[in-house]
Design a protein around this ligand. Structure first.
Ligand code: G6P
Length: 533
């Protein structure tokens, strides 16, 4: 292969030559990857040979069952979910295959009305309760693959906001007794889905429903949630394996059950991911799309994430893809320490929405402002037939024009971009996209020597939240005597290092009918006196 023409300052002929040389295409998936507008030069590709050889070897070991998540002493097995034969333990392979069969059968039976709500009525809705990967993967499956009038409508508790819960429950109105409630928590102990389940159960029972006959759990065998579901005889329990992380669980029951309940092609989804896995297993940087992505990210950000990834799908169905990638990329790569214990504060920030919509928003800054990003365009060639050309104007052509125009406008200002082109968008294509980014993140994690499969920072937040709740209990116990107290007095009696958290939690309690009041100027916290009334 002749040396690559460099990216910058090139005429169209040289850029076309560069585009041709770097273009990756798989005819079976009808998928192209263009990294020609990234600052990836010949010398980079040569310099990456050895690091990628190591990364490919590490990925091979990972798929063979190595403890790739060393901090948690876990294997990393999401690739086995779509190719069970890869699992090193035949029993695991059998369990994976059996779970997919059960999920497919359950979805089919619910939609056919052979599995019904209590009283023999068909299920009318799904209330999905899950957070992080247990919420984002399902949301992406739905927004990407739902078809009008096929399958059940989904409603989400993906947070612990009482207003959000109230709004979702209001939307379910009188259909709570025919709602299938799916509680998803790999660990089975995350506070938010637990609280959501408690609230949903109370509402279903208050509406005269039969909770156990309407509830499904997706969690690790033996987890607190699994034990609860088993003890109460819930309608179904599906397994999450401990070697699947939340952000890589979409090809497990977490993503497959939503697909089954909207009548989507879950086998095609798995096959697309498996096909991409085969293509990203090729130990050749120039022929491996995930490696080309990881290399491009590394050069763009200097291996330190100095440029953000802006995800710009030109297809509404992929509107939440940037939110999904935010977790996959940032929870994997955003790490304080590398695997040698060195403080590196690694990461790669992700944001985006969709094109051409975003051209009327932040693309202005991308074109003319800070050069602290690269764009990842996603183009889909096949358009739905029902939107016609009217008066010579075809929306699909405009969308294509806006994509190419934005890519060119960015390139003119030496702003970098990647373009992933799908011949058509369907479950198989979505699976391929998921596989592409999961592998690219794993390879990039090898390049920057971080464990891409644990999330210590999230645990820190969970512990801090538990501390605030414990403090609230102590404050409420103290004020239960009805005596008025200043913040200073509360701090002294509880022997606190700081009273600011007490101000925050009492301000919240006083704003609601929780039996607390305060005298004084809220703008002068030190003068406030609180009392349980
Ligand atoms: O599925 P769960 O165990 O409830 O976990 C839900 C989420 O919790 C944490 O925030 C993890 O960092 C995420 O990766 C995970 O998706």
């Amino acid at each position: 292969m002749s040396p690559l023409p460099p990216l910058n300052g090139q005429d169209s002929a040289a850029l076309w030559e560069r585009f041709r040389q770097l273009l990756w295409h798989d005819p079976d998936l009808s998928l192209w990857l263009d990294v020609s507008r990234m600052a990836l030069e010949e010398q980079d590709l040569e310099a990456f040979e050895a690091p990628f050889a190591r990364a490919f070897a590490a990925m091979e070991a990972l798929e063979a069952g190595a403890i790739a998540n060393a901090d948690e002493g876990r294997q990393v097995g999401h690739y086995w979910l779509r190719a069970p034969e890869l699992a090193p333990d035949p029993a695991v392979a059998a369990a994976i295959a059996a779970e997919v069969d059960r999920l497919e059968a359950f979805g089919r039976d619910v939609l056919a009305g052979t599995v019904t709500a209590p009283g023999g009525r068909p299920f009318t809705d799904v209330l999905w309760i899950g957070i992080g990967g247990s919420g984002l993967g399902p949301l992406l499956m739905l927004r990407a693959l739902e078809r009008q009038g096929v399958g059940l409508p989904f409603h989400f508790f993906d947070n612990v906001d009482p207003d959000g819960m109230a709004r979702t429950l209001a939307g379910l109105a009188d259909r709570l007794t025919t709602t299938l409630v799916i509680v998803v928590s790999k660990s089975g102990g995350t506070p938010e889905p637990h609280l959501g389940m408690v609230q949903a159960r109370a509402r279903v029972l208050a509406a005269g429903g039969d909770w156990s006959a309407q509830a499904v759990a997706i969690t690790m065998g033996g987890s607190h949630l699994d034990q609860e579901a088993k003890a109460a005889g819930w309608l179904r329990r599906f397994d999450m394996f401990d070697w699947v992380g939340g952000r890589t669980s979409i090809t497990s029951a977490v993503g497959l059950l939503p697909a089954a309940l909207i009548g989507a092609d879950l086998r095609g989804f798995l096959e697309g991911a498996a096909a991409m896995d085969r293509l990203t297993r090729v130990p050749d940087l120039r022929a491996n799309p995930a490696a080309l992505l990881a290399a491009s990210w590394h050069v763009a950000g200097g291996g330190q994430g100095r440029r953000d990834m802006v995800v710009l799908p030109y297809r509404d169905r992929l509107e939440v893809f940037s939110r999904y990638l935010q977790q996959l990329v940032m929870e994997s790569l955003g790490k304080r320490l590398d695997r040698d214990g060195v403080v590196v504060h690694q990461g790669l920030a992700v944001y985006g929405n969709k094109g051409s919509t975003d051209q009327h928003a932040y693309v202005q800054q991308l074109r003319d402002g800070l050069d602290n990003f690269f764009v990842t365009f996603i183009e889909v060639l096949e358009d739905p037939a029902e939107i016609p050309t009217i008066d010579g104007e075809c929306p699909a052509d405009f969308l294509e024009g806006f994509l190419q125009g934005t890519r060119a406008a960015l390139a003119e200002q030496a702003r970098q971009s990647i373009t992933i082109t799908l011949g058509r968008f369907d479950a198989r294509g979505l699976g391929a996209l998921i596989g592409l980014f999961e592998r690219a993140v794993g390879l990039y994690g090898e390049l920057v020597n971080v464990n891409a499969y644990h999330q210590p920072g999230v645990e820190a937040g969970k512990k801090a939240a538990a501390g605030i709740l414990a403090l609230q209990s102590r404050v409420e116990a103290l004020l239960a005597d009805g005596q008025p107290r200043s913040l200073a007095a509360i701090g002294a009696e509880l022997e606190l290092d700081a009273v600011e958290p007490v101000f925050w939690l009492l301000r919240h309690l006083c704003a609601n009918d929780r039996g607390y009041g305060a005298k004084g100027d809220w703008g002068q916290p030190e003068g406030l006196v609180f009392q349980h009334t």
